[in-house]
Design a protein around this ligand. Structure first.
Ligand code: ATP
Length: 350
């Protein structure tokens, strides 16, 4: 059984396609992040799931029932049994925290709604704040009231649009972790929109990465990080070094050192993407092997627990390495060893 299914959803604004055949499922109790660069169609997809945007084409099902099919069926947002949290929290300024949380419980007798609201405020760590108005609450507290308000009616599904984006960096991690715990404890499925890969890695059971209205790859955070399908996916999660090359007999070389390019025919122009953490910098004393690359340290800087080192290769190209501990000295001759888990070879597009 699934909480949410989007099937072949298409949406255009004034003829300009924003969502282009998106299919996505969120399982029971599963947290799925819709991740992608600005303007790729994340918010539109979420608004379609919520019923805030009219479905033009495709099908949306929630809890096993079709709620929109672009033709006859269109269940309004308030009947979809979903909770929503947005970036701006959208609390009612003239209502206290308790009244905000109780707002969605209007079907219950007032005393019961008040009790349920207080319980939910306690769950988000705001038991003492029931009588406060939003203007007297910090951003993190407002966000937690918004979360409590969305959770109070015990929805099957939560839809969250960049809910942590307005929080101070120091608060963000805490509020994210608290929200994740709450959702998991309550067994509520969630679709969370974010443009921040780190947030998606922290929160998601599964990540669906969008680009230009389509999902380019989905899987667990580990899947996406270890088995990206193209250069866009590698770049999206990391700052990476990019070199160009041409395939010969299943290999591409970086200043003579061979790297595997499996499945690519001879003469394919490729880009070689090397994560900074995949470069080990060693002294020349240990002797080189065919897979190591000669380089000179151009610049290096200690960044706290790690160092960033700019290395110059014999052909003049530069690589940035992220290595633990103190930086090597500028001007030093070194040998670089590449960790295959952090090196990707893809055909050059365009
Ligand atoms: P961001 O991370 O910046 O919020 P997003 O991935 O959520 O971006 P959407 O907000 O879904 O992207 O927008 C997708 C595309 O649709 C964009 O090109 C946007 O300009 C356009 N768009 C969104 N809403 C409307 C609207 N109401 N009218 C016209 N165009 C719109």
């Amino acid at each position: 059984m699934t909480s949410l299914i989007l099937e072949e959803v298409r949406h255009a604004f004034d003829g300009v396609v924003a969502v282009d055949g998106l299919s996505l499922e969120v399982g029971l109790g599963e947290i799925v992040c819709l991740l992608g660069p600005s303007g790729c169609g994340k918010t539109t997809s979420l608004r379609i799931a919520a019923g805030l945007e009219h479905l033009q084409q495709g099908r949306v099902s929630i809890g096993g029932a079709v709620v929109a099919d672009g033709r006859t069926t269109s269940v309004p947002p308030e009947k979809r049994n979903i909770g929503m949290v947005f970036q701006d929290y959208a609390l009612f300024p003239h209502l206290t925290a308790r009244e905000n949380v109780a707002f969605g419980l209007a079907a219950q007798p007032a005393a019961a709604a008040r009790k349920a609201a207080d319980e939910m405020l306690a769950r988000v760590g705001l038991a003492a704040y029931g009588d406060q108005y939003p203007h007297a609450l910090s951003g993190g507290e407002q966000q937690r009231v918004a979360l409590a308000r969305a959770l109070a009616p015990r929805p099957k599904l939560m839809l969250l649009d960049e809910p942590f984006a307005n929080l101070d960096v120091r608060l963000r991690d805490q509020v994210r972790d608290d929200s994740l715990t709450l959702l998991k404890e309550a067994g509520i499925a969630a679709l969370l929109v974010t443009h921040d890969p780190e947030e998606a890695m922290r929160m998601a059971d599964r990540i669906a990465v969008m680009r230009k209205g389509r999902i380019v790859q989905q899987g667990s955070p580990v899947d996406l990080y270890t088995r990206p399908i193209d250069g866009f996916m590698v770049r999206f999660f990391n700052e990476v070094n990019v070199l160009n090359g041409v395939v010969k007999s299943g290999y591409v070389t970086v200043t003579g050192a061979p790297l595997e390019a499996p499945g690519l025919p001879d003469d394919t122009p490729v880009e070689i993407l090397i994560r900074p953490e995949g470069i080990a910098v060693r002294g020349t004393g240990a002797g080189g092997c065919s897979a190591s690359i000669a380089a000179t340290v151009h610049r290096a800087r200690l960044m706290g627990p790690y160092s960033l080192t700019i290395l110059r290769l014999s052909d003049g190209s530069e690589l940035t390495a992220r290595t633990p501990g103190k930086p090597p000295e500028a001007g030093q001759a070194v040998r670089l060893h590449l960790d295959p888990e952090h090196v990707f070879v893809f055909p050059r597009s365009g």
